[in-house]
Design a protein around this ligand. Structure first.
Ligand SMILES: *[C@@H]1O[C@H](CO)[C@@H](O)[C@H](O)[C@H]1NC(C)=O
Ligand SMILES: *[C@@H]1O[C@H](CO)[C@@H](O)[C@H](O)[C@H]1NC(C)=O
Ligand SMILES: *[C@@H]1O[C@H](CO)[C@@H](O)[C@H](O)[C@H]1NC(C)=O
Length: 493
């Protein structure tokens, strides 16, 4: 393989980028970020307990692994993954850690100048339902979606929400100043409680600020025709067995030490799902056409692939210039935030395209490489729709027939006939272009990480607050009058 190699310039560029990052990020002014945006963290267990539900707290159902910052459930039974593989990186712990962003966000707010001491003093209310949420999710993963085991956390969560809907504050604003975080793409459930959850998220909560990991999560909701009101957030790339701070400080592998052009390792599946079929087709055809350039595998055993421990996968990403960002069961995947950790340039092949979290802050068109594959009809049974059709709503987000790109990338789109045609483009990308993309990724790297505080480099919590600020409900005339009176009164008395 003929690798161009002039890495020295890049090291300088990256060091420069790193020092710029340090100076730019140390100047995140949290007080500015929090000005006029005081947030009360409403612990849902208080409301749920009033209805006779069990408490749910960090000492009880959920613990944090101190060395890695990964959150998981302590209920032994829930930690088993009913889908088999018990290897340490493929169990519920790791999966649930991926969805632990809401927990970190609550902690970061509580421990910052954004925090409001009471609901009355708050501009916004963050409903911290993470503990019941993750308990329910863990129970689904351990016992299957139809089990009675789900009912305890499911009812606590749903009845807790009902208590939120009954608050005078909720009624006054129709939920506009409430924030909910739903961090798992396919967690709706088919049965009664799952359906109830979906109905609440689509209807009662339609005015609330909703943080989700991909837009198809709300595609079954008729009231979310304007998907722009949703905030798309990354998955937490924390891994159970890795020290998170060490992982993020890990130096990227210099280009000259990378021995692979293109990397992918993830589930492919043969199911009805569009994303999984796209993966299977991509792994199959690209490998067949360019066996020595691409390390592509199906972690679920298809096409001879094997499951890899997280650390091995990270190693593969770190030693590749490019990584495939391919949707799977849903539009979002865990892979994208891992690429930002590993310093592997994301290659978006579609449509449909992998979700692009924080597209308001991250210049995906410059960081990523985008391919539009023309010939998909032979293996995609239904056409991919770019426009939303109000009457064409799936019952489950994983059945979405259209997956929206989160950023307009049409100006950088590379048109190819067949999916294997992407390889020559990647092979021939000038090194300066690769360096430019890596340097940009380095700047954005921390945006994909969830820390427990707002101090330190600009991380995902800052990006969330920035996005929330942009979505802040406009004050009504009555609010302004009230504020004016309040400020006048403090002047004179
Ligand atoms: C916030 O967290 C830091 C350490 O993470 C701690 O030192 C500090 O006391 C905390 N502040 C508050 C207000 O809880
Ligand atoms: C992708 O290609 C199709 C034709 O195959 C075209 O209709 C569509 O507009 C293209 N999309 C983008 C975003 O370039
Ligand atoms: C995306 O940007 C292009 C210009 O680069 C513009 O022509 C097109 O209308 C935009 N598409 C959408 C959906 O905004």
């Amino acid at each position: 393989m003929d690798w161009p190699c002039c890495w020295r310039g890049t090291i300088v560029a990256l060091l420069l980028a790193a020092s710029q990052l340090a100076s730019a990020t140390s100047s995140v002014n949290v007080d500015d970020l929090c000005r006029d945006m005081k947030i009360y963290v409403l612990d849902l267990q208080q409301l749920a307990k009033e209805k006779g539900h069990p408490g749910c707290n960090a000492e009880d159902q959920v613990v944090v692994k101190t060395d890695t910052g990964v959150v998981y459930t302590t209920v032994e039974d829930h930690a088993k993954d009913k889908w088999g593989d018990k290897s340490p990186d493929h169990n519920a712990h790791h999966k649930l850690g991926t969805h632990s962003a809401p927990w970190h966000f609550a902690r970061a707010i509580s421990n910052s100048s954004c925090a409001a001491a009471t609901m009355e003093q708050a501009d916004l209310i963050y409903v911290n339902d993470y503990c019941y949420y993750i308990w329910w999710l863990a129970a689904v993963h351990s016992h299957g979606a139809a089990s009675d085991e789900l009912l305890v956390p499911a009812n606590a969560l749903l009845e807790g929400w009902e208590s939120v809907f009954a608050l005078p504050r909720w009624k006054a604003s129709h939920g506009r100043d409430f924030i909910f975080y739903d961090a798992h793409p396919g967690f709706w459930g088919e049965g009664g409680t799952g359906r109830r959850r979906m109905d609440y998220q689509c209807n009662e909560m339609k005015n609330a600020i909703q943080l989700i990991v991909d837009r198809p999560m709300r595609s079954p909701c008729k009231d979310f025709l304007d998907m722009s009101s949703l905030i798309i957030t990354p998955n937490n790339p924390n891994a159970l067995h890795l020290d998170i701070s060490a992982t993020f400080r890990r130096r990227w592998v210099p280009l000259q030490h990378r021995d692979n052009l293109l990397y992918f390792n993830g589930g492919c599946g043969f199911g009805a799902n569009m994303g999984k079929r796209f993966r299977l087709q991509t792994v199959f055809t690209v490998k067949a056409a360019h066996p020595q350039l691409a390390s592509l595998g199906c972690s679920d055993g298809h096409l001879g692939g094997v499951h890899k421990a997280f650390e091995d996968m990270l190693h593969g990403m770190e030693h590749s210039n490019f990584c495939l960002a391919l949707p799977g069961d849903s539009q979002s995947t865990r892979r994208l935030s891992e690429m930002f950790m590993a310093g592997c340039i994301p290659v978006f092949v579609g449509p449909p395209y992998n979700s692009m979290p924080f597209a308001h802050s991250i210049d995906y068109a410059s960081v990523g490489v985008f391919f539009n594959v023309t010939r998909t009809a032979s293996w995609l049974e239904f056409p991919v729709k770019w426009a939303m059709n109000k009457d064409d709503r799936p019952l489950h987000p994983q059945d979405a027939h259209w997956w929206l790109p989160d950023a307009n990338v049409s100006h950088v789109m590379i048109q190819v006939d067949e999916v294997q045609d992407i390889v020559p483009y990647l092979e021939n990308m000038p090194e300066a272009e690769i360096e430019r993309k890596l340097s940009l990724m380095h700047d954005y790297r921390f945006y994909m990480t969830f820390q427990d505080s707002l101090s330190g480099p600009s991380n995902a919590n800052h990006q969330l607050l920035k996005a929330i600020r942009a979505h802040l409900p406009l004050p009504t005339a009555a609010d302004l009058r009230h504020r004016h009176l309040a400020s006048t009164s403090s002047h004179f008395w």
